[in-house]
Design a protein around this ligand. Structure first.
Ligand SMILES: [Fe+2]
Ligand SMILES: [Fe+2]
Length: 206
């Protein structure tokens, strides 16, 4: 097994969205889902620790991380087919890129664990942190065109509420494993209530 302490050095210390805190939460949830679903624990845990580790300068981060995983696991003496299994998990973990879908149970577990960290209370905290890092507000009222097509009006901000409307509220329906779907139900409900309350407060209704 790769150690958590080794993995820590692969990530920036202070990234509230994709830093090591996120990786550690994904690792813990992925381990739990893998046990419940009967997935290969060593593959899932390695994939969780490595899934966002690649520097996405030249490649999208799923491809950069899969290449980084190859180097790490070759150096650790892993057999080719198990390295390939980890790389598939990593390449298939992105919601926005469906060119490689999660085909194996291990890839589905990693996908689900990563998405569970984007919803619920932690999902809200990350969405607001991400917006703040990008100088965007927690809430702005989305335009009709954004709500219909995802296309923003000129100078429309991308608030955390936009991210909720565009992506986060759909995630619980996109999960693969029954264990993750059960966990997602409560997280989805909490997040939805938060954004309903936020919108109402900012419109002066509550
Ligand atoms: Fe990622
Ligand atoms: Fe991630």
């Amino acid at each position: 097994m790769l150690s958590i302490e080794t993995a820590r050095s692969w990530y920036p210390a202070s990234d509230p969205v994709h830093g090591f805190d996120h990786v550690l939460r994904v690792y813990r949830i992925a381990e739990r889902l893998a046990q419940a679903e009967g997935a290969d624990l060593e593959i899932v845990c390695a994939a969780a620790l490595l899934h966002d580790a690649g520097d996405a300068g030249r490649l999208s981060h799923q491809h950069a991380s899969a290449e980084f995983a190859l180097q790490v696991l070759l150096a650790a003496g892993w057999p080719d087919e198990r390295i390939a299994a980890v790389q598939h998990c990593i390449r298939a973990h992105r919601f926005r890129d469906d060119s490689e879908q999660p085909e194996t149970l291990e890839a589905r577990v990693l996908f689900d664990a990563d998405k569970l960290d984007a919803i619920g209370a932690i999902g809200v905290a990350r969405a607001i942190a991400y917006a703040a890092l990008d100088s965007q507000p927690a809430y702005a009222e989305p335009s009709a065109s954004f709500l219909e097509t995802g296309q923003k009006a000129p100078s429309e901000p991308h608030s955390s509420y936009h991210e909720y409307m565009f992506k986060l509220r759909k995630l619980s329906q996109r999960l693969y494993t029954p264990s993750a779907r059960r966990l997602a139900a409560g997280r989805h409900q909490f997040m939805t209530e938060f954004y309903i309350q936020l919108a109402a407060e900012l419109q002066g209704e509550r």
